[in-house]
Design a protein around this ligand. Sequence first.
Ligand code: SF4
Length: 382
Amino acid sequence: MFHFGESIQEVLQREGLSRRDFLKFCGLMAGALTLPKSAADQIARALESPRRLPVVWLELQDCAGCSEAFLRSTSPTAAELVLDVLSVDYHETIMAASGFQAEKSKDDALAAGGYILVVEGSISVSGSGEYCCIAGKSSKAILEEAAENAVAIIAVGNCATFGGIPAANPNPTGAVGVWDIIKNKPVINIAGCPMNPANLTATVVHYLTFGALPEMDQFNRPLFAFGRRIHDNCERRGHFDAGEFVMEWGDEGHRAGWCLYKMGCKGPASYHNCPSIRYNDGTSWPIAAGHPCIGCSEPGFWNWEVYKPVYLNEITPPITFPTVENPERQISPAAIAISGTAIGAITGAAGAFAYNSITRRSKGIGPDVDESEPEEHFTEQH
Ligand code: SF4
């Protein structure tokens, strides 16, 4: 932890981290934020600033899983130290104060203004707000009061972003996310159940460096973390493309690490950087552990049917690949050789056709490529 008046160099020295480690971290952050390598210097300068940004962290309707993720670094790392650059003035779960003292801390921080507001948990809007009250105030009133003087608002986890478990049908408390309530200032949504602390770190680094929140998608999620589908980065994608699917738990395919699509994997409909940054200091993530993605970074995922395959918006693999309905294991080597030749010819022709079509389309001539949906498909999620 930072001691009063310490510079980041002094903290690095005390924690056994070299300046090289720090600069390497700044380079990694630039990469995580999809910035050019040259941005690393700018990030280093911003983090070396003695100014400590205050943080007020609210916990509303949640399980504290995001706080757990935030606190789960195994040993002091550069990332952890960056989070220490923040001055967490109020966090109900980890602060030493309680009762009136805790409320006074919050009131003082809110009155001083200029803080980042981190919100974990959903907000109850049913009835008069009696489903979630702290110190006699409803969750909605607490949020509105805390948002007033915040310089930026970061909603963490699926509950604070999209309502999460409390908002699952029949949503008895009328749970909603922060951005459903706060409309007069930008709210960034670090989705996930729990959120990945690496994404919170990168968002904070971006704010400290550029004084603004990073670019967001239509759900206010930072593009650097939620700009790509899990399916497109998944380590089991080769098995999907080869038509090799787990058909039941513990079968040969499951033991061999095949694709979990038919077990209800929501990877083709989910946007998150789990495959690249993973959880628990980069140790693992659900699909690596043999469980399908449950789509925890998407709105309303708790209402999805867990074991039902998702609708495939894009026809991947292409038609020339084995279909998901006919496992290739039943085809003889001779048949594979013959079909391989045929596929080669078809692929060549298809490639030429696609090139011609795209070229012709870009020139405004010829028909569009047929992008109609397949006859057989699965339940569309959203
Ligand atoms: S369906 Fe799931 S397990 Fe299969 S490749 Fe896509 S994300 Fe990975």
